[in-house]
Design a protein. Structure first.
Lengths: 140, 140
């Protein structure tokens, strides 16, 4: 079947691009959370962060921050912006080609990141230190 | 009162850091969505993306992707990862010092980005092209 984002990049399927260069493309999302919702993807087919070259990653992020500034200047309704990346199906990644969403937010638009009830507790500092130890070792 | 993230960086208040260098710091979130939830912030007090230097931004993002890889290697439960940045109160930014969340996700954990009902419609290509035109001009 092939990758939908690769097909958008090659324009094999209908697409509205806002920007592209040799490394990344910015594409209007066809299921926008608000008008102006777009995403930035590397042109090369990269499934996950584990395969993402740091230079390409930087270019994706830089393009997203420039698009954030463009959204605020565009005249579109934009009271805030979320940048969101989903790495893995359990994180909500629907297309296995990495992409960073740039989501204009409008005051009280009813969207946002959902927290589980009961997930917010006073911090257990000992537990945080234990977890941080695991992460420091893995960070290398 | 001063900025909470600045106080975490200076260790004026209790903090568990996973990583720090001259430019950024990685701090365990005290209201974790799942164990291992942390955020990356520039050390300099920067409120929003509009003030974010591209080099600093790249360093923040690179650190977040390296933390994503560390999470997957750490032994903590991690079926996926979300990277999330909130720019502006209407986007859910609670502390006016820019920070990028690295959120480990566990299958069926009940979290995720919330879409308004009715926001998902078939694309109106003409409208997408009009909006893309505004963004292209503003992108410069």
């Amino acid at each position: 079947m092939g990758c939908i984002i690769c097909k958008l990049i090659s324009e094999e399927i209908e697409v509205t691009k806002v920007y592209e260069d040799d490394v990344v493309v910015a594409v209007m999302d066809i299921q926008p959370i608000n008008p102006g919702h777009l995403f930035i993807a590397p042109k090369r087919h990269i499934e996950s962060i584990s395969e993402l070259d740091e230079e390409v990653g930087s270019h994706v992020f830089k393009t997203a921050t420039r698009m954030t500034n463009a959204l605020r200047r565009s005249g579109l309704k934009c009271d805030g912006v979320n940048l969101l990346l989903a790495d893995g199906g359990s994180a909500g990644q629907e297309i296995p080609h990495i992409h960073l969403h740039v989501i204009p937010r409008i005051r009280m638009d009813g969207s946002g990141f959902k927290f589980r009830k009961g997930s917010i507790r006073p911090p257990d500092r000992k537990e945080l230190e234990r977890i941080a130890g695991l992460l420091r070792r893995a960070f290398g």
